[in-house]
Design a protein around this ligand. Structure first.
Ligand code: SAH
Ligand code: SF4
Length: 411
């Protein structure tokens, strides 16, 4: 049993919470989501000779990620003995789906249950949201149960429970989406499902914008996203994967070189005083340091712009002056700006900006040369009915928020 979440504290002590939960590996771990190296190692533990491992890994990779099998018994090209050994020690489990909601516009949400530290504990739950659009479909994926950070407008930040997801649980969210959509050879999609109709894949894009701060779960997120990118498997290119961070500066360059996906920064304010309040991590990594990390993000260019997320909070950060400062601040950085309507939750101290104000703000940004789409909410009908999935009001707003985030990234 290892504590997998390391938190840093600051002299003022309020930037981050301490993680409370631990991950305890199941007796039979899942092979889904392991890197090729970890898979080879797992095969070693059940006696597969070193000389055969690479070939076996390739075989398993194909069965898991191209065929989508969920039982070792279906791996017909694998010898009977090896299948039996695999069966005895491992599974091909994905996170357990405890509920699914489908919107008339095709948005789907899955509530996933993950094992807790011990049986008596309340199970850990995260959500995963699928947003289909013409010619593309985006999956919004979680990286942690809860979050150690405490952004004042974000409901996840108020949750006490925090645990890092494993790489398997992160890749598992993509697998769940493909399972539920019938996106494997010979699969059938559920009746009426809205999926891209170009004959290609059903999940075309991934955004790490669900629960959690992905750069505080660096290794698992990296390993998972490398599996998702792998051209012999799921094969979603790194240009179609976006990692969103609240600004963990030391890990931004690492993300660029070790993961290589698109980057989104939760900026939300144009001066340090306000950002300290909205995104307390700013006290540790202020705006100037954050923007420096963006300028130096490996691979950044006009073709690979950084997305700046900006949540619209009435009377807080939504003035025309803020818009002007935002444009000035981002000068010289290949950037896109994503305005996100604030999604209120019970007890939140903010309101969403008025629509006219969002339009004014957006217009200024547009005139400065940025596209700044503000999206119509997707999946409204299922958001309204979200109490059916979980009764706690806190969870109710979590799902709404997540859909909004993912929606904001579908341009
Ligand atoms: N922890 C990472 C990724 C998850 S949050 C991050 O903060 O970037 C994904 C996005 O949703 C972030 O831009 C976050 O600021 C935004 N967000 C959080 N709560 C929100 C709310 N109530 N309304 C609108 N956007 C919200
Ligand atoms: Fe964590 Fe992101 Fe929410 Fe901030 S906005 S508390 S970093 S999930």
């Amino acid at each position: 049993m290892t504590t997998i979440l390391q938190t840093e504290s600051t002299p003022r002590g309020f930037v981050e919470k301490t993680a409370l939960e631990r991950y305890v590996a199941p007796a039979k771990p899942s092979l889904v989501g392991l890197s090729r190296a970890a898979l080879a190692e797992a095969l070693g533990t059940i006696g597969v000779p070193a000389t055969q491992r690479k070939m076996r890994v390739q075989q398993l990779w194909n069965w898991i990620y191209i065929r989508g099998v969920t039982r070792f018994a279906d791996m017909s090209s694998v010898s009977k003995e090896l299948r039996a050994a695999l069966e005895a020690h491992f599974t091909l489990d994905r996170p357990e789906v405890v509920a699914e909601q489908v919107s008339v516009d095709g948005t789907r949400k899955w509530l996933l249950r993950l094992p807790g530290e011990h049986a008596a504990e309340r199970p850990h739950e995260v959500e995963c949201v699928y947003i289909p659009d013409a010619g593309r479909a985006t999956l919004c994926v979680s990286s942690q149960v809860g979050c150690t950070l405490t952004c004042s407008f974000c409901h996840t930040g108020t949750q006490r429970l925090v645990r890092n997801l494993t790489a398997s649980e992160i890749v598992g969210q993509v697998m769940v989406a493909r399972d539920r959509l019938g996106d494997w050879p010979g699969g059938t999609s559920p009746e009426g499902a809205i999926v891209p109709t170009d004959g290609g894949r059903f999940v075309t894009n991934v955004v790490m914008m669900g629960m959690g701060e992905p750069l505080y779960n660096f290794e698992a997120v990296r390993d998972a996203l490398l599996v998702v990118q792998d051209g012999d498997g799921i094969g979603i290119s790194k240009r179609r994967i976006t990692l969103s961070t609240s600004g963990v500066v030391p890990n931004i360059a690492r993300a660029g070189s070790e993961i290589g996906t698109m980057l989104a920064i939760s900026l939300h304010a144009v001066n340090d005083d306000l950002r300290n309040e909205l995104v307390p991590l700013n006290r540790k990594y202020p705006i100037a340091a954050l923007l420096d990390a963006c300028r130096n993000y490996p691979g950044v260019s006009n073709a690979r712009r950084i997305t700046f997320e900006y949540v619209m909070l009435k009377g807080v950060n939504d003035s025309l002056d803020d818009a002007k400062k935002l444009v000035r601040l981002l000068k010289g950085i290949p950037a896109k700006i994503n305005l996100i309507p604030f999604n209120p939750w019970p007890g939140s101290r903010y309101e969403c900006s008025d629509w006219e104000q969002i339009e004014k703000f957006s217009e200024h940004i547009f005139n400065a040369g940025y596209s700044s789409p503000v999206r119509t909410p997707r999946g409204r009908d299922i958001l309204a009915a979200c109490g059916q999935l979980k009764s706690a009001t806190e969870k109710l707003s979590a799902r709404e928020r997540m859909a909004l985030r993912a929606m904001a990234m579908t341009d």
